[in-house]
Design a protein around this ligand. Structure first.
Ligand SMILES: Nc1nc2c(ncn2[C@@H]2O[C@H](COP(=O)(O)OP(=O)(O)OP(=O)(O)O)[C@@H](O)[C@H]2O)c(=O)[nH]1
Ligand SMILES: [Mg+2]
Length: 227
């Protein structure tokens, strides 16, 4: 038997006496047409790689990443939603419930995925997502330079009209991985600034100024959070 009969507890301070530190959880949903790269973007952010092969998402896939900002650990819970109507219809209510931030994704090589954004925004508005819930717009697949159909100027105009930041990036290009991170980190920074208490309630948040659109590469060149 061990000297002192410590009852099996490892040496060190008694956890019961340590101050209780709660990790905040921010729920971020990723929305957009099927095949725009939602799964790949969330995989890149949470796992750091581009998945070799993806299947159409059914319902939702959850991914998580814990980040540290100004000494605070925050759990980012990413909801990778299904773009195909038949795989999402029973889940839509769950997507929007208590959501903290929304990422709208289109494919820069597919104009229809851009024009369909208005439908996705309507769906979001139809689920009473509070106006203070930050939203960003992401044009994905920028690595396919010769196939680009959606000009940056058009996307920027749309983002401005909807009070969203615009990010143009690629889940596939490893050199863009910091820029993919910046999409989510920007949202986490805004949420952290908005909220001082660890609660999930999205109502009654303090008012925040709306962001101006800004290209991701502009922000990332500065090497800091684009907010
Ligand atoms: N070239 C290129 N291909 C990409 C990129 N991101 C995703 N893809 C490809 O696009 C296809 C669809 O990607 P997913 O991430 O599964 O698309 P999704 O939006 O999750 O689709 P749903 O789950 O059906 O809603 C896959 O073949 C990916 O390999 C990218 O940045 N560049
Ligand atoms: Mg998917």
């Amino acid at each position: 038997m061990a000297a002192g009969g410590g009852g099996g507890r490892p040496p060190g301070p008694d956890p019961a006496l340590e101050p209780y530190v709660q990790t905040r959880i921010f729920k971020i949903i990723v929305i957009g047409d099927s095949n725009v790269g939602k799964t790949c973007l969330t995989f890149r952010f949470c796992g750091g790689t581009f998945p070799g092969k993806t299947e159409a998402t059914i319902g939702v896939d959850f991914r998580e990443k814990t980040v540290e900002i100004e000494g605070e650990r925050i759990k980012v819970q990413v909801w990778d939603t299904a773009g195909q109507e038949r795989f999402r219809k029973s889940m839509v209510e769950h997507y929007y419930r208590n959501v903290h931030a929304v990422v709208f994704v289109y494919d820069v090589t597919k104009m229809s995925s851009f024009t369909n954004l208005k439908t996705w925004i309507e769906e979001c508005n139809g689920h009473a997502v509070p106006p203070l819930v930050p939203r960003v717009l992401v044009g994905n697949k920028c690595d396919l330079k010769d196939l680009i159909q959606v000009p940056s100027s058009l996307a920027l105009k749309f983002a401005d009209a909807h009070n969203m930041l615009l990010f143009e990036t690629s889940a596939k290009d490893p050199q863009e991985s910091q820029n993919v991170d910046a999409i989510f980190m920007c949202l986490v920074c805004r949420l952290k600034a908005q909220r001082s208490l660890p609660c999930r309630d999205t109502e009654g948040w303090p008012a925040q100024p709306q962001p101006h659109s800004r290209r991701l590469d502009e922000a990332s060149r500065k090497g800091s959070c684009p907010c």
